[in-house]
Design a protein around this ligand. Structure first.
Ligand code: UFG
Length: 340
């Protein structure tokens, strides 16, 4: 059992990872500033896992708060760093807030790691670092392309900051590049709760079906894909969460090959927007109200992972299907909207 700091541990991927950490016998300590989550997520975590993890409200972009936290938790063995702003469009409007929040917090954490000799870090990266990849599926060797948004840039720079810190201070770190995490815990005790109008496809689909939104807009059907809509690699959030436990155990056991490793987290299978809608309609046995509209600025045509490295080197493989994820996303939406 290891005591592990999970920043952003009340968020969508963070909360699912906390559950998996507890179930694997670890002791997660959650830090979150509640900027995009609520403390009630702890109830869901407790219902699933039988344990209520320690939670501290800390704003990681405030150096004094970071210092104070680490001065009180002296037996941490590793850190899983999720806490970050993640809205692509908002990052274009508020680039400085994105750089301050996403990179400031990372730098302060790395400084504490250096000073306290904590040497294990898992970082939330994104397939956005690959941009419009030249070859599909996307391997970890695919070049990192100029970022389309400040958000994407914070992930690219974050990886660079970690690499430089490793060179100087000898940490061990794994960056996990997520494709499109979706779904919810099968228990429907935790899930995704976007504030306001959802920007991502699946919460927009489930909110439309729940009557919270009028109609889903499908952003373009004139892409060069099998049905003209964008292709993405949608992966169940529980599979993503499990990968973090595997990556953490790899560092705890010293099985990493070199100080810095990168893994794609995807299923390896691309699905188009229309295929996602079809999956939803099938599992919910309903028709979704949608219409095709203009393309959304900044969307790449297609992105799906080559998962060979994660499968063979990390020893992790996604287990759940798109249909599984849609079942769980819909169960969660119905629960929070009190629909039978
Ligand atoms: N889409 C719609 N209608 C919507 C929302 C989305 O048609 O209302 C489409 C998008 O055009 C895209 C697909 O659904 O083709 C998926 O869109 P999401 O916004 O759910 O996901 P993205 O692939 O755009 O974004 C994800 C992550 C980002 C990350 C990005 C990298 O959410 O954090 O991948 O490409 F930066």
């Amino acid at each position: 059992m290891a005591q592990i700091l999970v920043t952003g541990g009340l968020g969508f991927i963070g909360s699912h990872t906390v559950v998996e950490l507890i179930q694997a016998g670890h002791e997660p300590i959650i830090v979150d500033n509640l900027s995009n989550s609520t403390a009630s997520v702890l109830d869901g975590i407790e219902k699933i896992s039988g344990k209520r993890p320690t939670f501290e409200r800390v704003d990681l972009k405030v150096k004094a708060e970071v210092r104070d936290f680490f001065s009180r938790y002296t037996t941490l063995e590793g850190i899983i760093h999720f806490a970050a702003f993640k809205a692509v469009g908002e990052s274009v409007q508020k680039p400085l807030e994105y750089y301050e929040n996403n990179l400031g917090s990372l730098v302060y954490i790395l400084q504490e790691m250096r000073d306290l000799q904590i040497d294990k870090l898992i970082f939330s990266s994104s397939c956005t670092v690959y941009g419009e990849a030249d070859e599909l599926p996307i391997t970890e060797n695919s070049p990192v392309k100029a970022a389309i948004s400040p958000y994407g840039n914070t992930k690219q720079i974050g990886e660079e900051v970690i690499k430089d810190a490793i060179e100087a201070h000898g940490f061990n770190s794994i960056s996990l590049r997520y494709f499109n995490p979706i779904g919810a815990h099968p228990s429907a005790e935790i899930g995704e709760s976007p504030l306001g109008v959802p920007l991502n496809l699946v919460p927009y689909v489930t909110q439309t079906a729940a009557g919270v939104r009028e109609q889903l807009a499908v952003f373009g059907d004139d892409y060069e894909t099998r049905d003209g809509t964008n292709e993405r690699d949608y992966i169940h959030v529980v599979d993503v969460a499990k990968a973090h436990v595997v990556a953490l155990d790899r560092l705890l056991k010293g099985q990493n090959q070199g100080n810095y490793e990168v893994f794609n987290l995807g299923t390896g299978k691309g699905s188009t927007v229309l295929e996602v809608i079809q999956s939803f309609e099938k599992v919910s046995n309903s028709k979704l109200n949608y219409k095709i509209v203009e393309r959304r600025h900044g969307d790449v045509t297609a992105a799906y992972a080559d998962t060979t490295k994660a499968n063979q080197v990390l020893g992790w493989k996604s287990e759940k299907t798109l249909d599984d994820a849609m079942v769980d996303a819909w169960r969660w939406e119905k629960k929070i909207r009190k629909i039978n």
